[in-house]
Ligand binder design. Sequence first.
Ligand SMILES: Nc1ncnc2c1ncn2[C@@H]1O[C@H](COP(=O)(O)OS(=O)(=O)O)[C@@H](OP(=O)(O)O)[C@H]1O
Length: 210
Amino acid sequence: MPRTVEGQLTMEKTPSYFVTSEAPQRIHAMAKDTKLVVVVRDPVTRAISDYTQTLSKKPEIPTFEVLAFKNRTLGLIDASWSAIRIGIYALHLESWLQYFPLSQIHFVSGEQLISDPAGEMAKVQDFLGLRRVITQAYFHFNSTKGFPCLRRPEDGASAPRCLGKSKGRTHPKIDPEVIRRLRKFYKPFNVMFYQMTGQDFQWEQEDGEK
Ligand SMILES: Nc1ncnc2c1ncn2[C@@H]1O[C@H](COP(=O)(O)OS(=O)(=O)O)[C@@H](OP(=O)(O)O)[C@H]1O
């Protein structure tokens, strides 16, 4: 990590930290006042997104439906498969709460980051004690991509910058029965996560992928 001088904030982004059991202790030992920002999305959609990413690199892998189960006849989910395990957010958060108070952790809703990026970024800036610089003016919804893209009002007419092709890929169609089974699997963990964070992410609202 680079040294931070007075008046600076050092930021670092590593998605795997949240699910790495040694990370909370190590980060706490390095800087116990560190503020943590975690982006979470519906774990079922997250698992499919994770699978889609792997599939793009290894097209020969088995189907999502095959990988999701230890025993499909019995409906036994394979919670050791990383695409599924990562979405058990309550489990991972428990390790962080051994070292950091909840007040030092901010959770961003992945769904709202897409539907209301400025609102979600306002909360992040408040949490970090920053002025709200990134506002609505910084976002432009690109209907072709189906996601908000970033523009810099200070750059005048320059085109908004969308994330690359590997973000916002089309997901394969997954058997709705498998989705239902996965929703049932995650429900108790999601409820526990809402209780632990005091935030209801509303992942139980609809059936099907979000
Ligand atoms: N603005 C914008 N543009 C494009 N994509 C967006 C955006 N906001 C959120 N998302 C969602 O981010 C998902 C990819 O994030 P990742 O977690 O895979 O990224 S990373 O691994 O942390 O780099 C990606 O998941 P997939 O849709 O499965 O590709 C998107 O749904």
